[in-house]
Design a protein around this ligand. Structure first.
Ligand code: ADP
Ligand code: MG
Length: 237
């Protein structure tokens, strides 16, 4: 499937309600190729809702998202083929081996030269020696690495990650940070939701605070990410 050419994603005045509950209110932000954007905020702030809208899995109640010049409503399947998502749920089949899990998703996306690409993904996941083991027997860190390469098997331009550090030990977190930096360096747009400031500190290029459905920029500058986040929050309350 051909994919779309875009180097920016713009969220424009997006709101989303679930029944009477407002999960997002007039959110605007921009993400760029080559950069990692962090979405920070407490539980229930609206981060996952925003990621699901960016993934085109959920529609905004108002406002729009532009992928380059393309709107999600008109770009459809071609746009979806340019997006990779790693959510809370890793969507691995425990009875399939690491290689089989990758091949299964690769076929769904119509990835060319699939055998070679699966081998490449196993190398990137550092799982070559576990290729023929069932993913159900893997530790959280190994499953996470496999799920990430599964989400990237079709070389998406936009990579969305929801709380990717959950359940990872320090070593696994560092491997993930390095992988996401490489992705951005290779030109992907990376957007990640997390409440883990310390882990994300060295990773993110841009940061936005999501609080009760509203988005505020966390300005670059001196002080830790956590301190600058607190400042952004204070100014909104
Ligand atoms: P976060 O990811 O920052 O924890 P969410 O986007 O999951 O926040 O949730 C934002 C708000 O929307 C919360 O109040 C949550 O309860 C509500 N919400 C999320 N998903 C649904 C849903 N499917 N139905 C109803 N309310 C939802
Ligand atoms: Mg969430």
């Amino acid at each position: 499937m051909p994919d779309l050419d875009f180097t920016t994603v713009r969220v424009q005045d997006v709101s989303r309600t679930y029944g009477r509950r407002r999960a997002l209110a007039h959110v605007s932000l921009e993400a760029q190729a080559g950069r990692v954007l962090g979405l920070f905020g407490p539980n229930g702030a609206g981060k996952s809702t925003l990621l699901n809208i960016l993934a085109t899995l959920l529609r905004p109640s108002a406002g729009k998202v532009l992928y380059g010049t393309h709107a999600s409503e008109t770009a459809g399947d071609v746009l979806r083929a340019s997006i990779g998502v790693l959510g809370h749920d890793l969507y691995l089949y425990p009875d399939l081996t690491a290689a089989e899990n990758l091949a299964f998703f690769g076929r769904l996306y119509g990835v060319p030269d699939l055998d070679a690409r699966v081998a490449e993904c196993l190398t990137l996941a550092r799982l070559t020696d576990r290729a023929d083991d069932r993913s159900g027997g893997f530790s959280r860190g190994l499953r996470q690495r496999l799920a990430l390469e599964r989400a990237l098997i079709h070389r998406p331009r936009l990579v969305l990650l929801d709380e990717p550090f959950t359940g990872l030990d320090d070593a696994s977190a560092h491997i993930l940070i390095a992988r996401l930096r490489t992705l951005a360096a290779d030109g992907a747009i990376v957007i990640m939701a997390t409440h883990d400031f310390d882990t994300a500190e060295t990773l993110v290029d841009d940061a936005v605070c999501i609080d009760r459905g509203r988005a505020f920029p966390i300005v670059a500058g001196s002080g830790s990410l956590r301190d600058r986040y607190r400042l952004a929050l204070q100014e909104t309350r």
